[in-house]
Design a binder for this molecule. Structure first.
Ligand SMILES: [Zn+2]
Length: 83
């Protein structure tokens, strides 16, 4: 589910593990985090100065998925690209 909202205080406490970190084409660095409640949150870690996406700010939740570190593979567009 795509949300686009700031991370809540509760979610900060729920974060259990960083599954991967990647840099978006706009230059922003995002992290995929698993929570104790088995959700997968894709969060902006380090917004790039030149990025004009107003959603790309620190602690902004881009994706919030139930259940699914396994679904996390689907969050990696570069990895899915076939030559
Ligand atoms: Zn960005």
């Amino acid at each position: 589910m795509t949300v686009g909202r700031m991370m809540t205080a509760a979610e900060r406490l729920e974060v259990a593990q960083c599954l991967l970190v990647r840099v978006l084409p706009c230059g922003c660095r995002v992290g995929l985090y698993r929570t104790w409640t088995s959700r997968a949150l894709l969060i902006v870690d380090d917004p790039h100065d030149d990025c004009r996406d107003r959603g790309h700010q620190a602690d902004f939740v881009i994706e919030d998925r139930d259940g699914a570190p396994a679904a996390a593979a689907g969050l990696a567009p570069a990895a899915r690209r076939r030559a």
